[in-house]
Design a protein around this ligand. Structure first.
Ligand SMILES: [Zn+2]
Length: 378
């Protein structure tokens, strides 16, 4: 997407935005502050002035629609939005390996992993960036920092006993494909069987250009830093993806084991749509698997859609628009909230939204270059 024109000449809009307490109205106002909308307003204004001799549009808009209580000091914006005040993320349960053979592993929580299809890739290694500072030195790490959830987007057959043969054939050809591509660490098929694809100590090609952060660290390009778990499922643009009860049960056990083994925080268990970015146009949400409807709760996790999107607040990406009826769902609701926070931060810093976003983008380019030089860019 082409760069937007700077908003410096419209600082009166920013001044008005700061004074709007209601976040929805403020967001609506800031959307209206986009240059193309302003141009439209200016043209309309000129016509109105000529025809009706009304006073300044800025005064009318501010007085009639937006201006409410005097500006209050803003609280500092947290790195990540708390998931839910009622549900504190539980620490991972203790899960241990009970038995291992050449073909499989059994765990104390009932998890069974089929190892017959495991393939090597290259050993994991990545840079973690301190979240609080754009200039703090990166730290080299090799432990899995989180999990990214995917759908395979592969062919589907009806989930019924009559289609058993077709379901099995589809699952087998999918497995061939993901092994060749080194696409994920684990695939959970529609019968809930957990197949190891890429070995856990190696990186897998699952997340591409991507960004996530926890309270301490920012991660850029998650193939190296996050494990990839994919559910055999396909996204319906209207209803999202649906997984079977067997996939839910198996997924919950796999997540529990991985979190126990690597002490992965619940907040770092997120979907591909939450982390995916496209650096060529600075849009987030290039991949849309699990943009909404991921069953966090059934999988033993807090609703991580409640987290603001680090690609937006740390690096100035803008989220690609989704289906209009999903604007209040999943990652699209997170994106809207994050945009509000960014507008607030820009105002607090005395910058236009565009100038603030540009400074974040410079940080991204700097960090991306460090990742590239370290050899873990995608
Ligand atoms: Zn994906």
């Amino acid at each position: 997407m082409p760069e937007r024109r700077p908003l410096a000449r419209n600082s009166w809009l920013d001044k008005i935005a700061v004074r709007i307490d209601d976040p929805v109205r403020r967001l609506r106002f800031l959307k209206m502050a986009r240059p193309e909308v302003q141009d439209r307003l200016r043209r309309r204004f000129a016509i109105r002035v000529r025809m009706l001799m009304i006073p300044s549009l800025a005064v009318v808009v501010a007085a009639a629609v937006f201006v409410r209580a005097p500006a209050k000091p803003r609280p500092p914006i947290p790195v990540a939005r708390p998931t839910s005040p009622a549900v504190a993320p539980a620490p991972p349960s203790e899960v241990w390996e009970v038995e291992k053979t050449a073909a499989s592993e059994t765990y104390s929580n009932g998890l069974w992993i089929d190892d017959r299809y495991a393939v090597p890739n290259h050993p994991r290694g990545y840079l973690a960036f301190p979240a609080g500072s754009a200039n703090a030195p990166a730290v080299p790490r090799s432990d899995p920092a989180g999990i990214v959830f995917h759908t395979t987007e592969s062919s589907q057959a009806a989930f019924s006993p009559e289609d058993n043969g077709t379901l099995r054939r589809i699952g087998e050809s999918l497995l061939d494909y993901v092994r060749r591509k080194r696409a994920y660490h684990f695939v959970i098929d529609r019968f809930g069987r957990v197949r190891r694809v890429v070995q856990e100590n190696d990186a897998a090609n699952h997340a591409g250009f991507s960004v996530w952060a926890d309270q301490q660290w920012l991660y850029v390009n998650l193939n190296e830093s996050f494990l990839g778990v994919s559910f055999e499922a396909r996204t319906d643009p209207r209803g999202g993806a649906v997984i079977s009860p067997a996939q839910v049960r198996a997924g919950a056990m796999l997540i529990e084991m991985l979190r126990s083994r690597y002490r992965i925080p619940a907040a770092n268990c997120v979907t591909h749509a939450q982390v995916s970015v496209n650096p060529s146009n600075m849009q987030a949400g290039y991949h849309t698997d699990w943009a909404f409807g991921f069953p966090f709760e059934q999988l033993g996790l807090p609703d991580n859609y409640a987290h603001d999107l680090p690609s937006l607040w740390a690096f100035g990406f803008q989220y690609a628009s989704g289906p209009p009826d999903k604007a209040a769902s999943g990652v699209y609701a997170s994106a809207a909230h994050t945009e509000e926070c960014i507008a607030g931060r820009a105002s607090a810093a005395g910058l236009t939204l565009a100038a603030y976003r540009n400074s974040l983008r410079q940080t991204y380019r700097k960090r991306f270059e460090e990742v590239r030089r370290a050899g873990s860019a995608n």
